[in-house]
Write a protein of this length. Structure first.
Length: 223
């Protein structure tokens, strides 16, 4: 009779995986704000080039805000239906593609249309990131995790002038808009590799999975 030796190979896991996921959400928020800051930073130059009045520029900004306001509700519902992994993949691809295609704009109405589409796509970041935090973090850490990813908005706004204006003065406004948009596609590759629900994630440790599962059971019992 032949007996096989027990396997000594341990399953590879990532310690504190939830914080790596929070870091990915932090990066997404940086890119989100970097993309949205391009117009405000380039506005002094674009207003001269395209002869926009202050009212014209305000209308372009309003197009972004209207789409953003509507999109948060619609995309929040989408995240609930298709899941955070797929939902953020689609929406980051959406606004990154819009950023890359914005150089095709040639006047007031086309700029407003691209900004409307950008606002709609970017509106998904906060509903999706908040949902991801609720899926991956026990209740005692959710405030910190939310503050962590949200701080990406300040970081993105702070570095945007250095990135966008450096590109503008070297290559012009079109690359200054398109190049930051490419970062979103790189982020999607990271996101697809790192994010899955904790119940099915192959890289989560057993202790971390139990921590998250026990917290969800505690919440359910309190209801």
């Amino acid at each position: 009779m032949i007996f096989s030796a027990p396997s000594t190979s341990a399953r590879h896991t990532i310690s504190q995986l939830r914080w790596w996921i929070a870091a990915a959400l932090f990066a997404s928020t940086i890119i989100n704000y970097l993309d949205r800051q391009t117009l405000s930073l380039l506005a002094p130059f674009l207003k001269v080039q395209y002869h926009w009045s202050n009212t014209d520029y305000a209308n372009i900004v309003i197009a972004f805000r209207v789409a953003y306001s509507i999109g948060q509700t619609l995309f929040g519902r989408l995240m609930d239906r298709i899941g955070t992994r797929k939902g953020l993949t689609l929406t980051v691809a959406w606004y990154s593609l819009v950023s890359v295609l914005t150089p095709l704009a040639s006047g007031l109405y086309s700029f407003a249309a691209f900004r409307f589409l950008l606002g709609a796509g970017e509106s998904a970041n906060w509903p999706a990131a908040t949902k991801a935090v609720s899926e991956w973090f026990p209740k005692q850490e959710r405030g910190l995790a939310t503050a962590f990813f949200d701080s990406g908005s300040s970081v993105g706004g702070a570095i945007a002038p250095f990135v966008v204006l450096s590109i503008y003065f070297r290559w012009g406004w079109r690359p200054a808009v398109a190049i930051p948009g490419l970062l979103g596609f790189l982020w999607i590759i990271l996101w697809r590799k790192i994010y899955r629900p904790p119940e099915s994630h192959p890289l989560i440790s057993d202790s971390e999975r139990r921590l998250i599962a026990e917290d969800k059971r505690d919440i359910a019992s309190d209801i």
